[in-house]
Design a protein around this ligand. Sequence first.
Ligand code: FAD
Ligand code: SIN
Length: 539
Amino acid sequence: METDFLVIGSGIAGLTYALKVAKECPEKKVTIFTKTTSEETNTKYAQGGVAGVWDHQNDSFEKHIEDTLIAGDGLCNEKTVEIVVKEGVDRIKEIIAWGAEFDKEKNGDYALGKEGGHSEFRILHHKDVTGREIERALLEKVKSQSNIEVITHCFVVDIITQHHLGYLVTKSTPDIQCFGVYVLNFRTGKIEKITAAITLLATGGNGQVYRTTTNPAIATGDGVAMVYRAKGRIENMEFIQFHPTALYEAGLKGQAFLITEAVRGDGGILRNDDGEAFMARYDQRKDLAPRDIVARAIDNEMKRTGTEHVWLDCRHMDQEKFLRHFPNIHEKCMSVGIDVSKDLIPVAPAAHYSCGGIKTDEWARTSIRHLYAAGECASTGLHGANRLASNSLLEAMVFAHRAFLDAVGKIKDPSNPGWGSWNRNAIPDWRTEGTTAPKEMILITQSLKELQLLMSDYVGIVRTDTRLARAMRRLDLLHEETENLYKTTEISPQLCQLRNMITVGYLIVKSAEFRHESRGLHYNTDYPDKSSMIQNIVL
Ligand code: FAD
Ligand code: SIN
């Protein structure tokens, strides 16, 4: 298959970009691949909302910029922060024009929420299901755009570069170029070759690398792993954000239900097993300190008291308002026997967001020509060492827009060499000779469990050199075994995902090993202080 604009991912980043390029270039073909259904994305699960300066009487761009920089703990790119905060408001207006609805006060003004690290109320939301509403509006819009095709249940395995044409490609090759992707089609079981003038990766996060995560099963870091294999640049992978308050359900593995930070923004209070509102001992901003601080405090309380969770107390809150703002949380709690007006909610931190990723510039360009990245898989410089709550949907829209501007400029530029001297007909089909059908799924499922355990136990909220070294040794073994399997068996999405997650685990551990300091989300007890010598870690 040949297309003009190839998009991998149907979350907020992929859909926003696709809509824009499709409208601007109606004669061009836009193709979106997504590995399960079109709506199953991290985007769908976003609860709290989208941060943006809306109330110009009390809030300002300067305040939002300052809050983002403080949360980022010295590693944000200030230019990127300014771009996102200032351009973000127009992007929010755009999705509203496309049909996304946000809650309003009785007087018609938007109802603004507050979350950790924000000095003002600035978060637009749709009850506690903001992402579901955005995804709905975007998918509806995409359906009405005739030059966009969404192809579901297709797993993108690798991006195609000159490596596939037989050329040596290393990290120092100056002009690595992306010609498209190889895709495993679940329906046919075949791997197809898709060529494209321009490709955007919008593959989302990697929470599934950990045992407990707020992320759905699709969040396996595929885009990051593909770019790393293709010798592109990856940045700041050690900064994995743990959300402080996922609902604790004994024995649960995989996706945990999130209790949005907006609950604390509306007055929810964290308590330990003794009933103490312990956050006051850790930070003067108490329950609304930035996430790294709150998650570490909870982790410490759990270790100190020997418990598997702390409690979120909402009993004192206006219950009618709670039900209006958080109907989804109310329903979920009820379904597991928790009445928030009477009971405390058991909560524990869970892997939530990857602040690093594929290194991109201010136009969402990666280090590989004709390849863009936007959304959670990208590292734009906005988040630094810790993301400010509700800044990620905003970032995804801003950089999807910037990728669109640059990509369309390129495609319309008559002097653009396009494929140059590369011959697209020479790209080989995927080779399957020498592989056999997998005999035992246990070889994949057990390795996945081992990976998730070791990442949670050794590379979680608190790290040490010894834990990181142990993690790396175990990752080496998993890597060797999985590569052998990959070379000898017919590939499946499960095997590809495992391989990608091992690569992502390796990138997180390697970056963590390089960072001899504690900053933002990376806390290593062997180096408890900050160092002025270490900036962004690029692998
Ligand atoms: P996603 O929405 O994750 O989409 C990824 C897409 O890529 C999917 O379609 C997937 O199928 C596809 N894909 C991945 N790999 C492949 C492959 N190999 N082949 C084919 N397709 C592939 N952020 C906020 O700003 N505010 C919030 O309130 C908020 N709440 C959150 C609550 C939860 C529970 C979670 C998990 C996250 C939350 N976030 C929030 C973070 C935010 O939702 C995500 O960062 C954002 O939605 C990511 O969007 P995206 O477009 O980059 O990727
Ligand atoms: C939440 O609603 O607490 C999550 C917000 C985010 O991750 O930005």
